[in-house]
Design a protein around this ligand. Structure first.
Ligand code: ATR
Length: 264
């Protein structure tokens, strides 16, 4: 039986095991997918387990998407460009690092038929998934990308990867077409943002990376008439679909059945 894991810290909230095991069953595969809370010091042993075939693949989530890189033998172009790995496969004893968050984000936008050409974007947050979002936005020909993070230095560090980013102070906004919440604000019931998201009028696209967000002022602004609001569920589904395809060479279905299963 093939064994797969998602690793991170914390990891309790992850829906990846539920989703992958659903698809494994649907496709009659002899495999199992679990989750493991780990520390940075565990990464060497986990990667050794992959090389020895005790494990067949890993998903990597926050905060290890960058820390895992020194343990990888070959990085895909996407992983190299973003210094971020969320999926590991094994080929002839070599660990291959992939980044399926980029496609996950891009496909979720394409599904909405939303054209980002020449659009101006604000990203709130500078955590592990943000390089992938920036990379995907650039592929979709956006004009300007602003990043605003509570800890400004972390936003500044992103300029090492993407030189033309513009950094704005946390709490400040500039006019935008699309705004992305890539912080963890909205995961907890009492979370709120200090920003007034409605100050630049309507026809804005609000994208929350969280897939089950509490109703913050970001959520409410996005749901005002004239705006578009999307949460992170489709991005999550598409990045998982890509990872499943890398490991099993099968593109699993994303349909109402699987979405309802995840929600219950
Ligand atoms: P990591 O930063 O370890 O990669 P993450 O979950 O990917 O973890 O990112 C968390 C993001 O949410 C960060 O941008 C974080 O801001 P800091 O860099 O200042 O920590 C942001 N965040 C978390 N709690 C927040 C809060 N109460 N207010 C504003 N931003 C917050």
């Amino acid at each position: 039986m093939k064994k797969f894991l998602v690793i991170g810290n914390p990891i309790d909230h992850s829906l990846s095991p539920k989703l992958h095991n659903f698809w494994i069953k649907k496709n009659n595969l002899d495999a199992i997918y679990g989750k493991l809370e780990v520390f940075k010091s565990d990464l060497t042993e986990l990667c050794e387990n992959l090389k020895q075939s005790q494990l067949n693949g890993l998903n990597v989530t926050v905060p290890f998407k960058k820390d895992i890189i020194p343990h990888i033998n070959v990085l895909s172009g996407h992983a190299l460009r973003t210094k971020s790995v969320n999926t590991i496969s094994v080929e002839n004893g070599n660990l291959i690092g992939h980044n399926t968050d980029i496609d996950g984000f891009e496909l979720s936008i394409k599904k909405l038929n939303y054209d980002l050409t020449n659009k101006s974007i604000i990203i709130l947050g500078a955590g592990g998934v943000v390089p992938s979002i920036i990379y995907a936005l650039k592929r979709m020909n956006t004009s300007k990308i602003f990043v605003s993070n509570r800890t400004k230095e972390k936003a500044e560090e992103l300029k090492d990867l993407f030189t033309d980013l513009q950094i704005i102070n946390w709490g400040e906004l500039v006019n935008f077409d699309m705004i992305i919440n890539a912080t963890s604000l909205g995961l907890n019931k009492k979370d709120e943002f200090d920003q007034n998201f409605s100050q630049f009028g309507k026809n804005k696209f609000f994208y929350d990376i969280i897939y089950d967000p509490y109703k913050t002022n970001f959520f409410h602004a996005g749901n005002e008439k004239g705006n578009v609001y999307e949460n992170g569920l489709n991005m999550f589904l598409y990045q998982a679909q890509k990872a499943f395809n890398i490991w099993h060479n099968i593109e699993p279905d994303i349909n109402e059945e699987v979405i309802n299963f995840l929600k219950n």
